[in-house]
Design a protein around this ligand. Sequence first.
Ligand code: PLP
Length: 413
Amino acid sequence: MPVTHTLDAADVLRRQDPELAEILLGELDRQSTTLQLVAAENFCSPAVLAALGSPLANKYAEGYPGARHHGGCEIVDVAERLAVDRAKALFRAEHANVQSHSGSSAVLAAYAALLRPGDTVLALGLPYGGHLTHGSPANFSGRWFDFVGYGVDAETGLIDYDQVRTLARNHRPKAIVCGSIAYPRHIDYALFREVADEVGAYLIADAAHPMGLVAGGAAPSPVPYADIVCATTHKVLRGPRGGMILCGAELAERVDRAVFPFTQGGAQMHTIAAKAVAFGEAATPDFTAYARQVVANARVLAAGLAAEGLVVTTGGTDTHLITADPAPLGVDGRGARGRLAAAGMVLDCCALPHGDARGLRLGTAAVTTQGMGEEEMGLIAGLFGNVLRGEVESQRARDHVRELTGRFPPYSR
Ligand SMILES: *Cc1c(COP(=O)(O)O)cnc(C)c1O
């Protein structure tokens, strides 16, 4: 992938705002010379970046194509229709709304479409990988709705589907949410549908993480099962930072009105155009191969980390995402994250299914976009072991990382 676009932007900035140009180039250097293992991150293409940095950013477009509150929308209308049509075709959905500014805004709109303040919602508890929007007291969701949390089995790390059913029967929620920021396995959407039907609840799938794998045919789709599917476009899906919502025709109008005018104002047409570009890319055979490789890489990386002595939650992964406890190597999650960062390997901490200790959360979406394969995943797992056991100085490990990223630049010049 050529980096020209980013460098052009830096050139323009350098003339007018050298201070900001340095920041842009510094971040490009950081992304290119360290390993991006944050599970939610990826490298979007120069075409996506070009749409994001285009004059479509100037256009005000409240409303929907053909029904805007602003003049001059005839061209951006075509862009939004294209994004909607591509999303519908890619995910075989009857309706798509591509205006959500983020994954969280998409969830907010889904709740607005289906719920009233005070309604009961059943979702994965935050200590087990639920998102902030799944009932955190610090978030609108926890303040405005009555959340009940299901969990994962402390031993296996797998969703406790029996508990989901029991809690649904006891609490009779208005909606059930499935989806997580840290669950490494496929979710049984058919089973969630069955439970939702049994208790008369709506099913909302918050598939922000796996939606890119769904697009590439490497994970099961929630679309046939959920009343509303929320997603981000910037995780494995590799598009611009943003959200989207899919649903059946019968909820289309409620969802659209929940996005605009209920929870958002003007649509961001540059981002919507970039979403169209990303959906186009995700419909190609190249992307199918990419999605498969993401999962193959994650499986090898998970096995490698286990071989180095980390305890991998659920014993492995079905997706791009891995969570692991580094405790057997004598370091907790926070300490491990710091040591790995000093060695140029960037990832997150996360809660673990058993107890209070924090673990590590990482993913293979970005490194796979760079072209790394199973062999490189083995190298990375080995480096993890070396760094966490203190067998190699961080500067030396960083040299290894630099050598690796030098062979797989995210953007080639
Ligand atoms: C990432 C994520 C979100 C939020 O996306 P933002 O764009 O950061 O608001 C919501 N839900 C889940 C499950 C996620 O993984």
